[in-house]
Design a protein around this ligand. Structure first.
Ligand code: AMP
Length: 291
């Protein structure tokens, strides 16, 4: 497995494989890898001749009050895990490599997906997050030039924004979304779970349980989104350690809010919750049953 820190070396490596007619699969990550990340790597390994993983904690997607400085960084462990998955190249650039400072500003070109995909849900409490993500992913696509790129449904809104960007700007690659990998009690795996204290970790399963509650209401014919999300909120906030950021149900394609569920709709039940001071997100995607 090669490890590269420069854009030039990574681009040359990838271009050489492409010119030879080989497919490159790409998994962008911020490191502190877990089984969720590795599920993406394994799919990329199956689908492609070569696999590139990036490990980069992207400063421009963090607001000044967020956890950029504390975000877990475990590059040695990450490299061990990736080596075992037979990854071909890890791109692990420094911030300066990705964003050379000019005129004291970090980055002067932004790629912004506008509209319901980025405006609601996490876009409300993290208004600059998605443009930070789409900008860095566009840069990474230009550097790695993959044939396929792999993302988790865990970050459903991010996945939708990237799909939109790829369609709108005619990037020459396929975006593949893969299911959420969970702990035994249902908690979605996340690098941020490491922030949870023992008690908070115990409480955190409430996030998954609230999604299960919503699903069971929908499968029993409840159509009022307000009723469903209120029940989710009550369940979560019953725990002294948890505080809801949002619970909502949107179209899983357009992210437009839904007030009343209709037969056959593809929906996303989404939740963001603070457990202690750690913000966790999760979602279920499902089709409203025909009654
Ligand atoms: P991150 O390192 O958190 O930026 O995540 C890198 C990629 O891994 C993103 O496409 C995430 O959606 C995906 N991912 C993170 N957690 C999970 C999970 N529990 N299951 C599946 N994919 C995940």
């Amino acid at each position: 497995m090669e490890v590269q820190q420069t854009i030039n070396a990574t681009r040359s490596w990838s271009q050489y494989r492409r010119y030879q007619g080989k497919s490159v699969g790409f998994v962008p990550t911020m490191g502190a890898l877990h089984q969720g990340h590795l599920s993406l790597v394994r799919q990329a390994r199956k689908d492609n001749d070569f696999v590139v993983v990036s490990v980069f904690v992207n400063p421009i997607q963090f607001a000044p009050n967020e956890d950029f400085d504390n975000y877990p960084r475990k590059i040695r462990l990450d490299l061990d895990l990736l080596e075992k998955e037979c990854v071909d190249l890890v791109f692990a650039p420094s911030s300066e490599e990705m964003y050379p400072k000019e005129d004291s500003r970090m980055n002067q070109t932004w790629l912004d997906v506008v509209g319901p995909i980025t405006e609601g849900l996490c876009g409300i409490s993290r208004p600059t997050f998605f443009r930070g993500v789409t900008t860095v992913v566009a840069k990474l696509f230009n550097i790695v030039q993959p044939k396929r790129a792999y993302f988790g449904w865990k970050d459903a809104q991010q996945l939708a924004a990237i799909r939109q960007m790829v369609n709108d700007l005619n990037f020459d690659l396929e975006v593949i979304g893969l299911p959420i990998v969970r702990e035994d009690d249902g908690l979605a795996m996340s690098s941020r779970n490491a922030y949870l204290t023992k008690d908070e970790r115990q409480e955190a399963k409430i996030v998954y349980q609230s999604l299960e509650l919503a699903k069971s209401r929908i499968l029993r014919g409840e159509t009022s989104v307000k009723k469903i999300t209120t029940e989710m909120k009550l369940l979560v906030e019953d725990s002294a350690l948890s505080r809801i950021d949002y619970t909502t149900i949107v179209s899983s394609q357009t992210f437009r809010p839904i007030l009343e569920l209709e037969n056959g709709q593809d929906i996303l039940i989404a939740i963001a919750t603070y457990v202690g001071s750690t913000r966790l997100i999760d979602n279920f995607r499902l089709k409203v049953p025909q009654f």
